[in-house]
Design a protein. Structure first.
Length: 211
């Protein structure tokens, strides 16, 4: 029997305040597979070691030791993590520079206290966008591979054709020479053309001697 969570998108919730993680889990657990981390180091460690990377990270900005910006910077520097969308968590009364967060690579913000519908809608939107991007990248890769195969097949066909035509040309020359020889031998048997062929052959030899 299949594990029902394996088909769910995975969200990593990173917050040093336990109640925030509990609330977000309650909002999202019916739809998504939820993983939690209490600080930036734990979050990075879990993401690096996870066989199934999260499809979305809800990341608190204000945390001790390693804040949200530092976590995001580490994620963006790693090829296995840099495409995971990150939504910053912030208190409504905190003076946070949203432009700084967006420039750092965050895709959105959610504020505390949490509005369940807003959290659900933003999570769904960014997970769907990320899955769409992944499908598009896969499609581009497939098409690129198809074009490579087509190009290689075309080049191979052209190479075979050139080789065939070269062989055909050689055989054509041989056949033409043999047919010409037979024709000349038949004409020499005919008095009408004998002298003309002899004269023509004499003229050709004279031209070669002169050159």
């Amino acid at each position: 029997m299949n594990n029902p969570t394996t088909d769910k998108a995975k969200i990593l919730i990173v917050d040093d305040i336990e109640i925030n993680k509990i609330i977000l889990r309650e909002i999202l657990a019916d739809t998504y597979e939820i993983e939690q981390a209490s600080d930036g180091l734990e979050a990075i460690t879990k993401m690096f070691n996870a066989a199934k990377k999260p499809h979305l990270v809800l990341l608190d900005i204000m945390m001790p030791d390693m804040d949200g910006f530092e976590v995001l910077t580490l994620m963006k520097s790693d090829i296995t993590l840099n495409k995971i969308p990150v939504i910053f968590i912030t208190a409504a009364n905190e003076e946070i520079n949203e432009v700084k967060g967006l420039n750092a690579g965050a895709v959105d913000y959610i504020t505390k206290p949490f509005n369940p519908e807003v959290v659900k809608l933003r999570a769904a939107t960014h997970i769907e966008l990320n899955l769409y991007r992944e499908r598009l990248e896969d499609l581009v890769e497939i098409k690129a591979n198809e074009l490579t195969v087509t190009k290689e097949s075309f080049l191979e066909t052209m190479a075979n054709l050139v080789e065939y035509r070269s062989l055909e040309s050689v055989e054509h020359v041989k056949r033409t020479r043999e047919l010409t020889k037979i024709l000349i031998m038949q004409l020499l048997k005919t008095q009408k053309y004998y002298q003309e062929l002899v004269d023509a052959n004499y003229n050709i030899n004279q031209s070669r001697s002169a050159s």
